[in-house]
Design a binder for this molecule. Structure first.
Ligand code: ARG
Length: 437
């Protein structure tokens, strides 16, 4: 253990009431020398029980505890993620996008309360340390990560908690490490760390096992890429997400089981649930398919991919991120319309879409009409068809000609060298001479 630095002042700790952040409270005084610690819990849609645990633990520790509601800010960022069709290796980024929102809210409390430092309970192996610190290191305050800096293990923390009689009712927090917010619920650890282990149904909480029965249709309405209503009812982002998590979760929609490449390069097996995200991402992409041009769609996949990458890294304040958002916003001006999504058997399948901006005219593609437009007819495609693949045909023809010329040259010179007995393997001359076999 390091000697106390005797830093004066108060440190604001990202506090959940779990084992990691609970042991951080005395350690920040004993090991770092702070006079005081305040705990901050940020509401990004965790279950009620998590706030109760945080509240009770804070009380037992005598910790000044602040709870900040950042659900609206977080839901707004989730809606931006929909516009960017954002997923990272199949995961809609719930944990990742919540971190900068949480870090910003904690920084605000710390500044209001005159704190001199900030601390989190993340380990040195994960992504969250990086996502928190990129926000915090942009401030004047000191930043501490006791679990990482003091090299703590869960075993050491448990013993320390016992020794100090710390209130860790939940013990090590249970069988799995779970992170829940509005956008996703992630489960990791324990037997799930074995990638060959098939998880039991008990790891899921938001989604029922997909049954395929009682399919239902849901209409998702967008205005300039923004989700504004579900089944005709205008709702705020937080409400939309909460409602769809329940509705689509009942159909087993939004389960992801993936090997995730973390920022530090470590791979981790992650299981996620994200019913609302799955429905909204599918609906949005379907609407873009109707209104955007082929070129916009294809270029936007690159922009979207980069948005998701930055989102995963927690770099939502990066200049590049703002530039990507600028492009995305521009494309969304026509993403207005309604998509009907079928919820059935673990799948959210867009089955109908309509928009006044549809870049589509039924008559143009229909089998029943001869003309494409007033001045373009089917027969006009003949010239295009003749040119299509011109270079490819030419390239193939040239290769064939070169190959057959080479084969002929070998056949001409072949028998002579074989007959002279200088070749002992008989195969390299391409003469198909089987006498050596
Ligand atoms: N690996 C994911 C991410 O970095 C989620 C981690 C969630 N944490 C957890 N304890 N389950 O975004």
């Amino acid at each position: 253990m390091t000697e106390p630095d005797d830093i004066e002042g108060t440190v604001a700790l990202a506090f959940s009431g779990g084992l990691d952040t609970t042991v951080c409270v005395p350690l920040l005084k004993e090991e770092y020398g702070y006079d005081d610690v305040i705990g901050v819990t940020v509401d990004v849609g965790q279950p009620e029980a998590e706030f109760e645990e945080a509240e009770e633990t804070a009380e037992a520790l005598g910790l000044d505890h602040y709870v900040v509601d950042a659900k609206t800010e977080f839901a707004d960022l989730c809606m931006d993620a929909v516009k960017a069709n954002a997923t990272y290796q199949g995961y809609p980024l719930g944990t990742a996008l919540a971190r900068p929102v949480i870090a910003t809210a904690i920084l605000e409390v710390a500044e209001e309360q005159g704190c001199t430092a900030l601390a989190h309970g993340c380990t040195g192996k994960g992504n969250d340390q990086l996502r928190f610190e990129t926000v915090w290191r942009d401030s004047e305050l000191n930043v501490h990560a006791p679990v990482r800096e003091l090299g703590l293990t869960r075993e050491w923390e448990q013993e320390y908690a016992e020794e100090k009689d710390l209130p860790v009712e939940g013990g090590d927090g249970g069988r799995w490490s779970i992170d829940t917010n509005l956008w996703s619920r992630s489960v990791e650890g324990s037997e799930l760390e074995d990638p060959s282990h098939v998880p039991g149904d008990e790891i899921y909480d938001w989604t029922d096992s997909p049954s395929g029965e009682d399919a239902e249709l849901v209409d998702v309405e967008f205005e300039q890429g923004e989700v504004v209503a579900v089944d005709g009812e205008e709702l705020r982002p937080v409400e939309i997400i909460e409602q769809l998590n329940e509705q689509a979760g009942a159909h087993g929609i939004g389960r992801t089981d993936t090997m995730e490449d973390r920022m530090l390069g470590l791979k981790v097996r992650e299981n996620y649930e994200h019913p609302a995200a799955t429905v909204l991402l599918a609906a949005h992409e379907a609407l873009e398919g109707l209104v955007l041009t082929k070129e916009e769609r294809s270029f936007k996949t690159q922009i979207d991919q980069e948005w998701a990458e930055k989102g995963y890294q927690g770099l939502v304040k990066a200049p590049l991120f703002r530039a990507l958002e600028g492009f995305i916003e521009e494309t969304q001006t026509r993403v207005t319309g309604t998509v009907t999504v079928k919820l059935e058997g673990g799948q959210a399948r867009p089955v109908a879409r309509e928009s006044e901006y549809a870049c589509y005219a039924e008559g143009q593609a229909s089998f029943n009409t001869e003309a494409v437009t007033d001045d373009i007819e089917q027969a006009d495609a003949t010239g295009v068809a003749k040119y299509h693949g011109f270079q490819e045909r030419l390239a193939n023809k040239v290769s064939e000609a070169v190959d057959s010329a080479a084969a002929e040259a070998v056949t001409d010179g072949g028998p002579a060298s074989a007959a002279s007995g200088t070749s002992s393997d008989g195969a390299s001359d391409g003469s198909n001479d089987e006498s050596e076999e």
